[in-house]
Design a protein around this ligand. Structure first.
Ligand code: ZN
Length: 151
């Protein structure tokens, strides 16, 4: 009996750990302050290799001052101060894009409603996002890449 309870606790712990890990790997997507020279639309949305010569674009991570913002998807409900955050305009409560720009955190629902979330900040964003995994030429490219309609 005890053994069975212990086994179940073990499983629950594992599940929780896996969930935390999934949360942690929510990759961050960034877009630069200004799109450099106009580029052909490429499939990956990454910056072209001509941006800087000393490293291939895939290896190059722009400095903080070159980044206009960061974004990450959040499929699950977002709970802030114990309450589920819902879009005031359409009532959506999951499938957010969370944006971090100029020390502010913005939420964007699937319908494209965008709102400032003053209870969250860059520090929160950094705690909850994974490493940068893609750089998009524009904000709209990033949205599209994350499966959200742009505009
Ligand atoms: Zn909405």
């Amino acid at each position: 009996m005890f053994r069975r309870i212990r086994a179940r606790r073990e499983r629950e712990r594992e599940t929780a750990a896996i969930q935390r890990w999934h949360e942690q790997i929510t990759a961050t997507h960034t877009w630069p302050l200004q799109a450099s020279t106009p580029q052909q639309p490429t499939d990956t949305g990454r910056l072209g290799a001509r941006v800087d010569d000393f490293l291939p674009a895939d290896l190059r991570v722009p400095g903080r001052d070159e980044i206009a913002g960061m974004m990450m998807p959040r499929r699950r409900p977002l709970i802030i101060d114990g309450e589920v955050r819902a879009c005031p305009q359409c009532g959506a409560y999951r499938d957010w894009i969370i944006l971090s720009t100029r020390d502010e955190v913005w939420l964007r629902c699937r319908a494209g409603h965008q709102m400032l979330e003053p209870r969250l900040d860059t520090a929160w964003y950094n705690r909850n996002s994974g490493p940068t995994d893609a750089i998009h030429a524009t904000f709209e490219d990033g949205l599209k890449h994350l499966g959200h309609p742009a505009g």
